[in-house]
Write a new protein. Structure first.
Length: 748
């Protein structure tokens, strides 16, 4: 973690964050008055025309029928007494699009009444993600239902479909579900298996699968439910087999994740470990837009998760807690959604971790510049060992693979400059006529992480292209390699003179790339670059391993960058748990669920005045400690080594010996481990920074290369700020989309 100025900056931004949260929280009413709150979502972000509402009357008032109106229409019959005395819940339906007024009269309870404003948005969205991106390709006819049929053609341009509910069951001795006969039988098949939930209920292994459309994606909710003996579920009578725990699923990947609905989920909620979770009584929800290979836009994924959980609650009731899980692209989606939408997720368990797709792209762009220099120029004669020293990665294979991840920023088809590089990666469902080409179709859709999130980054009015946050002004590539003696001053200077940057098409330029100041700020505010100081500040985050230092860009430094960001934002990262190696999945799942369940049940009997952080840490299980797993052998099982996990490849610990960590290009250039400075602040050139004497000629060359100065990594980046909780980029109010800034090199 950085100190000094960084800590001061953190304190200032924490004050600003508190102001934002306070502004979003309804004012507390009179203690003798009726209170109204929404249970399924925020009152200003309702979707689909219905919302689950709770009414609380002052203590000591006699029970009475609720007298409630919505926009003057009587909705009293929607409410019923809840298990808590003085509390009523109701599913309020028929909301008009836009603003609605829910009023509860106080006369029946001899108390002042209450009014709550509700803002409803269509189930097609958007709410906070900004205008729908276009073009957008529907894929409903590719999506298969549990019985093997497809949904069929979309009903409209928003890819809507009619909601289907199908039932499947697990046969005895099998590991694959079968559909129940249609029409629904009066009794279950004789070969249905039984399952025991975490609540100790033994039930037939029958699963309700609801499939529909939401936010232009395809969603599914799955949960144990026996339709032959149980009534249809409601938020007041949830399925008997549901253990009141909910799992948010996310897919994988990112390339090809543009301008389409997606014909698959990315993670099948009815296969693999999810079968085990269903049998234990967990409910799961997912959407095709939570699969980054369909849609590589974490803000849209967050909005979709928000809407998906709202619909789940309005169908089945409020869960005790919600855990988000995912691998690779699903890992960063889990982190980003939990951070940008505090309260939506109660715990995160992830593998093959990255902070976000943008961090992969930025690291890839840096590595691609190096590979271009080494393969095209290399006037200073870098050998392979020196190239690796400048890149920081495990070896050339790993650096090439990192460089290839820049392809997700490259809209120009046909580039094959590095082994494995694929520019302009598209899914076959997107017609060629809709795709960008720099000469034949400049109006086409651009397949980049920037353009798919252009509502956040903003667009260049002259081109319509998304503004880019990538910036390498002042970055001194290979600085640590120079100081260690791995490369010479001649090589260092030649590399930095010739490394250059990119234009809006990711084509090489001789000048360094200058990121747009407004796009940089909004990347932080939206959470498209993970901050770690939003929702992640007060929930358990469990990084359960999976690394590939040699290739495939699942490098250890990404895992440690997440922890570092949380620590920098919050002054501590004790809630970030890391296990390295081949982690037994059931052990990590058991630990995270015990931790979250203890927090929600407050099993430690914490004080009512405890903060969320204090409650979380007080309920941390004793075995929730850092460590790594040795590989199992024919003669010995895997062993867990309990020790703090640190970013190192020195033999200072057993875990670092087993799982050494390697660096990355911008850290070798002097940057921080968190890799979250999109644009560095500049400082004058200091000869003491180079570990060797500078000649007059060397100094003149540095002055020409860096006329504004070099990166001052001890300070936060230009426009670096905290995530704005539940931020909007339209149409929900207080949109940040209009607050764009002109490109500038000025240091704010």
């Amino acid at each position: 973690m950085r100190s000094g100025a960084r800590f001061f900056w953190r304190v200032l931004t924490a004050v600003a964050l508190g102001s934002v949260v306070a502004a979003q929280t309804p004012a507390v009413g009179r203690p003798d008055a009726i209170a109204i709150r929404t249970l399924s979502t925020h009152p200003d972000r309702v979707s689909g025309g219905d919302v689950l509402v709770e009414i609380v009357v002052p203590p000591g008032r006699s029970p009475a029928p609720v007298n409630a109106t919505l926009n003057g229409r009587d909705v009293s019959s929607a409410f019923r007494a809840a298990s808590t005395p003085g509390t009523y819940t109701g599913l309020v339906t028929g909301l008009a699009q836009g603003r609605n007024t829910l009023h509860v009269a106080g006369e029946p309870f001899h108390a002042p009444g209450a009014t709550l404003e509700l803002t409803n948005y269509p189930i097609t969205g958007p709410i906070v993600s900004g205008p729908h991106v276009k073009p957008f390709v529907c894929q409903t006819e590719e999506f298969k239902l549990p019985d093997g049929t497809t949904i069929g053609a979309p009903l409209d341009a928003d890819c809507a479909v009619a909601t289907r509910v199908q039932y499947i069951y697990m046969p005895e001795g099998a590991d694959t579900f079968k559909p129940l006969p249609s029409p629904m039988p009066s009794s279950l098949p004789a070969d249905v298996a039984m399952t025991t939930t975490t609540a100790g209920k033994r039930l037939p292994f029958v699963v309700r699968v609801e499939t529909g459309s939401m936010n232009r994606g395809i969603y599914q909710n799955v949960v144990l439910h026996d339709p032959t003996r149980d009534a249809a579920p409601t938020p007041f009578a949830p399925p008997a087999g549901w253990n009141r725990r909910l799992i948010a699923l996310h897919g994988v990947g990112c390339p090809t994740g543009w301008f389409r609905q997606g014909g698959v989920m990315g993670v099948d909620p009815l296969k693999g470990v999810n079968v085990t979770r269903l049998g234990e009584g967990y409910a799961l929800f997912i959407n095709t837009l939570n699969h980054p290979t369909n849609s590589c836009n974490a803000l849209l994924a967050g909005e979709t998760t928000m809407m998906g959980k709202e619909h789940f609650i309005e169908t089945f009731g409020v869960p005790d807690f919600t855990i988000s899980m995912g691998t690779s692209g699903g890992a960063y989606t889990s982190l980003q959604v939990a951070d940008a939408f505090p309260g939506l997720i109660d715990g995160v368990v992830i593998t093959s971790t990255f902070p976000d797709a943008l961090s992969i792209a930025v690291a890839g762009l840096d590595a691609r510049l190096l590979m271009h220099y080494f393969t095209v120029t290399n006037a200073a004669g870098f050998n392979e060992a020196q190239q690796v020293a400048v890149g920081g990665y495990h070896g050339m294979k790993a650096m090439i693979d990192a460089a290839n991840q820049a392809q997700r920023t490259d809209p120009v088809p046909g580039r094959k400059e590095i082994e494995g590089y694929e520019s302009a990666r598209w899914h076959a469902s997107v017609p060629a006529a809709l795709r960008y080409h720099p000469t034949s179709n400049r109006e086409g859709a651009r397949p980049t992480v920037f353009d798919i999130a252009r509502n956040v980054y903003g667009t260049n009015p002259a081109t319509g292209f998304a503004l880019r946050p990538y910036d390498n002004v002042g970055v001194q590539y290979g600085l640590a390699a120079l100081k260690s003696g791995a490369i010479t001053m001649t090589q260092f200077l030649d590399l930095n003179e010739r490394s250059g940057g990119y234009d809006q098409d990711s084509s090489y330029t001789t000048a360094r790339a200058e990121g747009d100041a407004g796009a940089i700020k909004r990347a932080y505010q939206s959470g498209l670059t993970l901050g770690g100081g939003g929702g992640l500040a007060s929930i358990p985050v469990f990084d359960a391993g999976s690394y590939r230092e040699d290739s495939r860009y699942h490098y250890a430094w990404f895992h440690f960058a997440v922890r570092e960001r949380m620590g920098n934002e919050n002054g501590r990262a004790n809630n970030h748990l890391m296990w390295r190696g081949i982690v037994p999945a059931e052990k990590s799942w058991d630990l995270i669920t015990r931790w979250v369940a203890a927090i929600k049940s407050n099993s430690s009997h914490a004080s009512a005045s405890d903060t969320a952080w204090e409650k979380m840490m007080r309920n941390r299980p004793a075995d929730a400690v850092d460590g790594c797993w040795t590989a199992a052998t024919n003669t010995a099982p895997a062993e867990f080594i309990a020790e703090p996990q640190t970013f190192s490849r020195e033999s200072t610990s057993r875990c670092n010996t087993l799982y050494p960590s390697y660096s990355f290009t911008r850290q070798v250039a002097g940057g921080p481990l968190d890799a979250n400075v999109l644009k560095c602040r500049l400082k004058p050139i200091d000869p003491a920074d180079y570990g060797t004497a500078l000649s007059a000629t060397d100094r003149q060359r540095l002055d020409r290369m860096f006329p504004g100065g070099v990166c001052d990594w001890s300070k936060p980046g230009v426009n670096q700020t905290r995530v704005v909780p539940w931020a909007s980029f339209g149409p929900a109010p207080d949109s940040l989309a209009l607050k764009q800034e002109k490109p500038s090199t000025a240091q704010p």
